[in-house]
Structures are given as structure tokens and as C-alpha cells.
Ligand binder design. Structure first.
Ligand code: SF4
Length: 366
């Protein structure tokens, strides 16, 4: 749904500092590799580019922005120190791709593609995420899977390494390429998503980033905005307002049911304990009476039954303890009477629970 609101309905998302920070860092890494021949730019050139192309949108305060600006400078300095000694020209940088998946045209941008000594390709995507990527995250990352599909279709070479480069720690987190089954799974997902777009199916799917920038249009959050509408404008929203009361009534009734259930259990326990202590089967109130019964569940113990039936060659007729088959066996006239009697004698109480039966007391006769 968020996709529809932003890309079809054209709603504009709010500026966010982490998008500005991520874009600034991406642009600088691109600048580092974007030379026609080695060497790469000097550290001073790179940092100057950084200062000139810093994006300010979305920061909450000047202090916050200054803090991230210093942080970005440190990251970039370390990046230059690590990568300038063994600088290699990439095969592609910030490369637009257009691929065809079962008739679906897919467009995207790959940050960097290198050629390995083996002749295969290595794909690198730069990230400014806070946490380092786990092996499980790398394995599941759909973006890398799509990049592999795109690179193999574009360069007709096998992808041999997939990397998410964690800029904050300057760590390359790499994994092996996806196998054919995973690629096929991704292709199917692309076709399925494209199909939903064509059919204008845009269900709201709650996720870890909710609420997005458009909660007033989302079925999970819209009601919050209806009830926050100032009083005079509320008239046509009455059904929404009535739902507010229904929600609270529902919650209050649930709480009452819980409380009543506790009181009911307490009263039941008092009656059961009284009946058991006084050996009574019925107790009387002023208008009602309650009959107490101990309900017993009879059954067989599997080991006992097996010990009896196995030597008689009858265990196969039951195999594992099946109460209905045992019943059949007990009723089977072809089985010797004494065996059936002994089997019957094995029946014992498996469990017992007290039950109360309430009824209105009969009117006293005149
Ligand atoms: S709030 Fe969450 S579920 Fe609702 S539209 Fe935004 S992303 Fe989707």
C-alpha cells in the first residue's frame, strides 16, 4: 500500500536524515571509484567533494547534522585509507539496469560490479545501516538476489560473490551467489508482485518500519486520525466515532467476563470442597439447588493391556491402545470369556473431575 501511495498516488514522503546521510555517502564512494584511470582521488579531494555535496535535509537540529557530518568524514577517511592502496577499476559503478523477468521489465541501480580474477563478477552494495549484517540477513537479502539476476543478464557472466558493504564500520559482508532455485524463487516473486500491481492489489502489510509517512491513508492507522478530527468536522465521521465507544465497551466487557469467571470459579470451588468434606451430593441455596457429581473417565493402561493380550496372540487385534478396538474386543464372542473378564477388570479410572448441575428449586407444595 505504501508503494501505491507514494508511486501511484504521488504522495511525497517526508525528508529523513538517514536518506540524506546515505545518499551523501553513496555519492562520495561513487566519486572515489569514478576515475577514467587510476589513481583514485586523493583524500583531500574526496573530503572536499564530501563537504561540497553534503545533503542537509531531514536532520532535526544543527547539532545533530554537525554530529553526522563529522561521523561521515571519519567513515570516508577510513574508507580512503583501506581502499586506495589496492585500488581497482570496477566494471560498473552506479549502473542502471533494465532486465526482463518473464515479460516483466525491472529497473534498478547496482552500486558497484567488479570482475574477479576467476573471470566471474562480484557485486557490492553500499549501506549506511546501523548494525552489521548477519549471515542470515545476507542470505535472505532480496536486493542482492535481484542484482545477481540483473548482472548475469547484463554481462552474461556468472556472479561469484555478493557483498553488502557496511560503511559505518567499513566492513565488507560477503556471501556466495544464489543457486538456481533461489533465483527462480525471486523471479516468481517479481512476477507475483507485478501481477498484483497490474490488478491494483495493494494490501497494507504491517512491518518493522510502520507507521510510514502516510498513516492517515492506512487501514491500520486511519481510524486514529478520524477520532483526532476536531469536534465540528466530526459529523460525517459518526460511525467512526461510535466505533471508539464500541472498542472501549468491548475491552470493559472482556475485563468483566474475566472478573466474573474468577468469581464463578471461586464459588464452584467452595461448593465442591463443602460437598466433598460433608459427603453431600446436593446442596441448597434459598432459590436454587446444585447437584454435585464426580465424573469419572474410565480407560485402560496400555502396558497392562499389552501384558495380558500379547501372550494370547490378541495384541495384534489392538496394536496400539485404541479404546474403540478394545470395546470391539470385549464384545467379541469369539474371544474366550475369561480373557474378556480379565480385560474388563483392567478398566480403571483414568481421571476424574467434579461437575456441578444447577437448577431452580421446585416450588414448595402448599
Ligand atoms: S503504515 Fe505500514 S502497513 Fe500502513 S501503509 Fe504504511 S507501511 Fe503499509
Amino acid at each position: 500500500m505504501c508503494y501505491k501511495l507514494q508511486y501511484i498516488d504521488g504522495l511525497k514522503p517526508k525528508d529523513k536524515w538517514y536518506f540524506s546521510f546515505g545518499t551523501t555517502m553513496h555519492n562520495c564512494v561513487e566519486r572515489f571509484f569514478k576515475v577514467s584511470t587510476p589513481p583514485p582521488p586523493t583524500m583531500e579531494e574526496l573530503l572536499q567533494y564530501y563537504e561540497q555535496n553534503w545533503l542537509s535535509a531531514g536532520y532535526e537540529s544543527a547539532e545533530e547534522e554537525a554530529g553526522y557530518r563529522d561521523y561521515g568524514r571519519d567513515i570516508l577517511t577510513r574508507f580512503w585509507e583501506i581502499h586506495s592502496p589496492d585500488f581497482c577499476m570496477p566494471v560498473a559503478l552506479e549502473r542502471n539496469f533494465y532486465i526482463d523477468i518473464d515479460g516483466i521489465k525491472l529497473r534498478g541501480i547496482i552500486d558497484r560490479v567488479d570482475k574477479l580474477e576467476s573471470g566471474g563478477l562480484s557485486i557490492v552494495d553500499y549501506k549506511t545501516n546501523k548494525e552489521l549484517f548477519t549471515a542470515a540477513y545476507l542470505e535472505e537479502d532480496l536486493q542482492l538476489t535481484i542484482y545477481q539476476l540483473a548482472a548475469e543478464q547484463t554481462w552474461q557472466l556468472p556472479v561469484e560473490r555478493l557483498t553488502l558493504y557496511h560503511l559505518r564500520s567499513n566492513t565488507a559482508c560477503s556471501c556466495s551467489p544464489r543457486d538456481e532455485a533461489r533465483l527462480e524463487q525471486a523471479r516468481r516473486l517479481v512476477v507475483e508482485v507485478a501481477d498484483n500491481i497490474v490488478q491494483e492489489k495493494f494490501p497494507a502489510v504491517e512491518n518493522q518500519y510502520c507507521p510510514c509517512d502516510f498513516p492517515e491513508h492506512c487501514p491500520y492507522y486511519r481510524h486514529q486520525y478520524i477520532i483526532a478530527t476536531p469536534q465540528p468536522a466530526r459529523q460525517e465521521l459518526l460511525p467512526g466515532i461510535a466505533a471508539v465507544d464500541a472498542v472501549e465497551r468491548y475491552a470493559s466487557l472482556q475485563a468483566q467476563i474475566k472478573e466474573l469467571q474468577m468469581q464463578l470459579d471461586e464459588a464452584k470451588q467452595t461448593i465442591i470442597e463443602f460437598c466433598q468434606a460433608e459427603e453431600l451430593n446436593r446442596v441448597f441455596g434459598s432459590e436454587h439447588e446444585i447437584t454435585y457429581k464426580l465424573i469419572e473417565r474410565l480407560g485402560f493402561n496400555e502396558d497392562d493391556v499389552k501384558a495380558l493380550l500379547e501372550p494370547q496372540g490378541l495384541w495384534e487385534k489392538v496394536l496400539s491402545l485404541d479404546q474403540s478396538r478394545l470395546k470391539q474386543l470385549l464384545a467379541d464372542e469369539e474371544i474366550a470369556g475369561d480373557i474378556r473378564d480379565r480385560l474388563e477388570s483392567l478398566r480403571h479410572i483414568m481421571s476424574a473431575y467434579p461437575q456441578l448441575y444447577l437448577k431452580k428449586r421446585a416450588e414448595e407444595e402448599e
